[in-house]
Design a protein around this ligand. Sequence first.
Ligand SMILES: [Zn+2]
Length: 74
Amino acid sequence: MLIIFGVKDKATTTETGTFHCPVCQSSQRFERKTMKRYFSLFFIPLIPLGGGPGSVVQCQNCGTQLPPDITRRG
Ligand SMILES: [Zn+2]
């Protein structure tokens, strides 16, 4: 039997709100997405491994992904 396993990054939306988007240069809605790294078996994420790329803030107007601390500035 062939066993397919690997590592998969899964994004979860952990926060929504409004912030000042530097690309739109106006107040926009954002979603904070936390990327978590999972051990996956047959393409199904099973075991959280910790680490991973961390979180990003995505502007819901222009779709630009920004550093996670951007909502705390200014
Ligand atoms: Zn924007």
